[in-house]
Design a protein around this ligand. Structure first.
Ligand code: SF4
Length: 295
């Protein structure tokens, strides 16, 4: 059942802009996420094992956003608003509630730049407003020389294989559809790229799969590809570590011993693995001529 809730604030100012996502603010119109990715970092007991069953709509989100942005604009505090940081802006109920679209209208009115991060194909519905934001947004002063665009669009992938996607991102649009949407987003003239967060050890970070990923994104002419390794947390039944280890046991039993070795007592891969991973990513960025950061 969808819960309707009222919140005190919807526009969160970040303490420090993240070098990857350039977020000065974050805006989340919904709580939890219908895409239900096993590796999602919002997991824990709060939303249960299936994130899609605990969705909430912030019914006063647009009214609050208007108030908060009006104040920020009056002070000239322009900065990128990330939609969204702890949900996807285009979860299944966005079709009905349209809070993301309404939020974009408010953002356009106050001329803030946006960074859309999504796994959805529904973003195409909002290309009209995103084009206007792209042209009219006022960028924070320190980014003006580095980035001419007021709209950034990042598509998130852990794989380009639909079958692997159905195991680890069971509620999300298929990766093959996401690639097509990325292609149309770039053809529409947006500054768009990819976050590979996370790549799955021994499954989608193998040389063969990485070649497949980078080739696909090079073909689309993505502006950037930002990779990261897997981190998992918790031992409760709804926690990402438990769910990932269960999926490995059920679908990749031959990898179970390796996953247990690395993740039983840690939330991340060992340092030597992470170093080798980032060296490999640098090489691939160079080979495929794809930037590994937005700026
Ligand atoms: S799309 Fe993002 S927010 Fe939604 S479940 Fe997946 S990782 Fe979490």
């Amino acid at each position: 059942m969808i819960k309707e809730i009222e919140v005190k604030s919807v526009l969160n100012k970040t303490k420090k802009r993240d070098a990857w996502f350039l977020d000065d603010y974050t805006f989340n119109p919904y709580q939890s996420c219908s895409y239900n990715c096993l590796y999602c970092y919002i997991r824990g007991s709060k939303y249960g094992t299936n994130l899609a069953t605990s969705l909430s709509v912030k019914t006063n989100a647009i009214e609050l956003l208007e108030k908060q942005l009006k104040k920020r604009a009056a002070k000239g505090e322009y900065g990128f608003i990330v939609l969204s940081s702890v949900t996807d802006p285009y979860i299944n109920i966005e079709k009905e509630y349209m809070l993301t679209r309404k939020a974009l209208e408010v953002i356009l009115k106050y001329r803030f730049p946006v960074h859309m991060i999504t796994k959805s194909t529904l973003i195409e519905r909002d290309f009209d407003i995103l084009q206007e934001i792209n042209q009219q947004a006022i960028l924070p002063e320190d980014l003006r020389q580095k980035l001419p665009d007021g709209t950034l669009i990042t598509f998130s992938f852990s794989t380009v294989d639909d079958e692997i996607g159905s195991i680890f991102e069971p509620g999300a649009p298929k990766p093959s559809l996401r690639i097509e949407t990325l292609q149309r987003t770039l053809q529409a003239g947006f500054h768009a790229g990819v976050s590979l967060m996370p790549l799955l050890p021994f499954i989608t970070d193998t040389t063969a799969h990485l070649e497949k990923l980078f080739r696909a994104f090079q073909k689309c002419e993505a502006k950037y590809v930002m990779p990261a390794t897997l981190t998992v947390f918790g031992n409760g039944k709804s926690d990402s570590k438990t769910l990932i280890l269960n999926a490995i046991r059920n679908h990749y039993p031959e990898l179970e011993a390796r996953y247990l070795k690395y993740f039983s007592n840690s939330h991340q891969l060992p340092e030597y693995y992470r170093n080798a991973f980032y060296t490999k990513m640098k090489e691939l960025s160079k080979t495929y001529n794809l930037k590994d950061r937005i700026i």
